[in-house]
Ligand binder design. Structure first.
Ligand SMILES: Cc1ncc(COP(=O)(O)O)c(C=O)c1O
Length: 382
């Protein structure tokens, strides 16, 4: 890499001193402390990967078949499947295909939205939410303003409305929220979105919407249809079991969608043929979706049972993960001790030291988590 191109990305001082050259960059992503090394694809056999809210029952058989066919024809840039997928999404939600943008996972679009918002001001979000893209967007400009901690770990919509100042260019709500698993009441969120979006764009990240009790009621897509300044983000990574295939989408006013496409390269050509093929094949595969949802609900029951037997509890969850209250135990030590038993879960979020997130993976893997609870807690002196 030339000094000039390094300067473009690193800033002049790092490029001038050659600091980047002395930094060792591992070729494979390092596992968290104590975690077993992973093979190139997916977790190693015998490892319960419960740390990223994936649906390991996916992709659906139909999705795999279509992705293979698309891969066979992978010499060609993506074609008719992209407008096909957009039309399917539009039809389901009662919008036009011009309301729909596809991206590489929903993270793709969410990052562009955050970057655009940060250029204009600050992003306002709860204290605890899936903030990866908001943090990324505000690395270079703008700030991420967080609401104060809420004692129930819920999102206080009144406090959020009151926190909208002239500097705020985007309000971000994750519903259901990650890592808490809470789904806000649809009507309460709808009322908030209506009044907040008169002041500023509201982004509702609905990555886990399909897992809620009443997805339509919980979703804010109807407000986009009604013309409110709202962007909805959805993904094929969660219930569709396609996290590695990187397909997500947004639903927003056509002019917002067009600007995302033109300004941030969310054009059809940017999509991955195999991922789009899999998305088309699984979007209306109700059998697969129902099977996945029922196993996730079963897994939540198993975790709740296991926790109550060991004296622990979790927040109610409308998602494929649970946020477990470890009392006075440290969530990072708990994570490491679980990893020692080949059970991979999330460590500490921000300063929520005693909260631990576990994903609802395959039932046999969830059983590994449940079985490990008592011995791990004993080791930790609980
Ligand atoms: C709430 C939420 N939004 C978005 C994402 C990003 O997912 P993807 O980029 O795979 O669509 C995640 C991933 O965990 C998430 O939890």
């Amino acid at each position: 890499m030339s000094a000039i191109s390094r300067r473009l990305f690193l800033g002049s001082s790092a490029a001038a001193t050659g600091a980047a050259l002395t930094t060792a960059v591992p070729l494979t992503a390092a596992a968290s402390a104590g975690e077993p090394k992973a093979p190139a694809y997916g977790p190693a056999p015998g490892v319960a990967k419960l740390n990223a809210n994936e649906n390991p029952y996916g992709p659906s058989p139909g999705a795999i078949k279509e992705a293979l066919e698309a891969t066979r024809l992978g010499a060609y840039y993506v074609g008719a499947s992209v407008p096909m997928l957009k039309s399917m999404i539009a039809e389901r939600h009662g919008v036009t295909p011009d309301h729909v943008a596809l991206s590489s996972g929903s993270s793709g679009a969410l990052t562009y939205i955050a970057t655009a918002a940060a250029d204009k001001g600050s992003i306002l979000g709860p204290d605890l939410f899936w903030d990866t893209t908001a943090r990324m967007g505000t690395r270079h400009s703008g700030d991420l303003i967080r609401l104060p901690k809420h004692e129930t770990l819920s999102i206080d919509l009144d406090a959020m409305f009151d926190a909208i100042t002239d500097d705020v260019s985007l309000v971000q709500v994750t519903n259901p929220n990650n890592p808490t698993g809470e789904a806000l009441d649809g009507e309460a969120l709808r009322a908030f979105c209506k009044k907040a979006s008169r002041k500023v764009t509201v982004l509702v990240d609905e990555a886990y919407n399909e897992l809620t009790e009443n997805p339509e009621y919980t979703s804010m897509v109807d407000l986009v249809r009604e013309g409110y300044d709202i962007i909805i983000a959805r993904t094929f990574s969660k219930i569709y079991g396609m996290a590695g295939m990187r397909v997500g989408y947004t639903i927003a006013a056509p002019e917002v969608t067009k600007s995302m496409v033109l300004d941030y390269g969310l054009g059809d050509y940017a999509m991955n043929q195999a991922g789009v093929a899999a998305a088309v094949a699984s979007y209306n595969d109700l059998g697969f979706l129902e099977m996945s949802k029922s196993r996730i609900i079963e897994a939540r029951g198993m975790v709740l049972d296991g926790l109550s037997k060991t004296g622990l509890s979790a927040l109610p969850s409308s998602t494929n993960f649970m946020f477990v209250n470890l009392g006075d135990l440290d969530a990072e030590i708990f994570r490491q001790k679980m990893a020692d038993r080949n059970v991979l879960i999330r460590g500490i979020y921000r300063d929520y030291d005693n909260w631990s997130r576990v994903s609802m993976g395959r039932l046999e893997h969830v059983q590994m988590y449940v079985d490990a609870l008592a011995p791990v807690l004993e080791e930790m002196g609980a």
